[in-house]
Design a protein around this ligand. Structure first.
Ligand SMILES: [Ca+2]
Length: 334
């Protein structure tokens, strides 16, 4: 979503709204969720995020146990995957907890897919999981790690023991996990999981499992076609880090897509010009700042700045354009 920035001369107000109210939503590829854990280090994951999205909130909420995932400062890195901020680390070695974060509900039609990816490093074998789910958590699907070894299995639904085939994460290695779930109204659901896939080409789903690919299939009859939340958990003694969680509708969303929509984070009025602070930029991408003096009646955005990101954030000095002391700004990437 683009951020729209509202500057009232004299009475300074800041409004950040999604441009979805203003623009027709895109129907094809989209990132449903990106979580780079760009938060201050050494705080709990519980409660982080924001309120007031169309689907309510994306704040992380904890359940089941008092154990904690904490933000650590140097996030996991993997090949050319764009990353931001820190990561999360399970630091309590005696108990486990569940964490949930909502995203805009995605209704899967027959034969449609949803993709996810994340980075993980396991330093001590733990029972952990990353699931996509919906309000009826019986429908959760995803991956589960074992505390007895470093194997990862695919799971479809509650009570599922998981795929017979597994991939080996190894100890203390940063691994990229990519998953593809395909919903069928009248046949087995498909869940493919890849370990460290090549970014350059979308892998072939199904077929026979290998050492870096799980091809799993199972019928799921409970509320199978809607996904609206991410669930992560850790349920045993062990230690691991998670980072860079993506959920999208295509392979490119979860492996090479721009990490997030840029946002206007701050402003500093300074007479005829003002300073705009923008964040979540993807290095190498083109960005466009646009302005309008009204959001009512027929109106159009005019371009006021275009630049290619060389860092994840920057400050822009822009002219102040006002009618009745008000301007609205938004930023979008290519
Ligand atoms: Ca990160």
């Amino acid at each position: 979503m683009n951020a729209t920035f509202d500057f009232h001369a004299g009475k300074i107000g800041l409004a950040v709204m999604t441009a979805a109210c203003l623009l027709a939503p895109s129907a094809s590829a989209e990132i449903l969720l990106y979580e780079g854990f760009d938060y201050p280090a050494n705080i709990s994951l519980n409660g982080l995020g924001q309120e007031a999205f169309r689907w309510q909130t994306n704040r992380w909420s904890r359940g089941f146990a008092v154990s904690d995932w904490m933000i650590f400062s140097n996030g996991l890195q993997f090949a050319t995957l764009p990353v931001t901020g820190g990561g999360i680390k399970e630091t309590n070695l005696t108990q486990g907890a569940d964490y949930q974060r909502l995203f805009e509900p995605y209704q899967l039609a027959d034969g449609q897919t949803i993709w996810f990816s994340f980075l993980i490093r396991v330093t001590e074998g733990a029972s952990w999981s990353v699931y996509l789910s919906s309000e009826q958590n019986a429908s959760k699907i995803g991956v589960e790690g074992s505390y007895v070894d470093y194997l990862l299995r695919a799971r479809i639904g509650v009570g599922d023991n998981g795929s017979t085939n597994a991939v080996d994460l190894g100890q203390n290695q940063v691994r990229l996990i990519v998953g593809r779930y395909k919903y069928f109204a009248g046949a087995n659901e498909e869940l493919d999981v890849w370990l460290d896939p090549d970014f350059s080409i979308e892998p072939v789903s199904g077929g026979v499992s290998t050492s870096n690919h799980i091809a799993y299939s199972k019928e799921l009859t409970t509320d199978p076609n809607r996904r609206d939340r991410l669930l992560i958990s850790d349920r045993s003694i062990g230690a691991l880090e998670l980072d860079e969680i993506r959920v999208g509708t295509m392979w490119s969303d979860v492996t090479s897509h721009a990490i997030d929509k840029p946002i206007i984070k701050s402003f500093d009025p300074n007479g005829a010009a003002f300073l705009l602070g923008v964040e979540r930029l993807t290095i190498g991408t083109s960005n466009y700042v646009e302005a309008t003096t009204t959001l009512t009646g027929p109106f159009s955005w005019q371009a006021v700045a275009a630049f290619v990101s060389t860092a994840n954030f920057t400050n822009l000095s822009l002219p102040l354009i006002t009618t009745n002391g008000q301007s609205f700004f938004r930023i979008r990437s290519q």
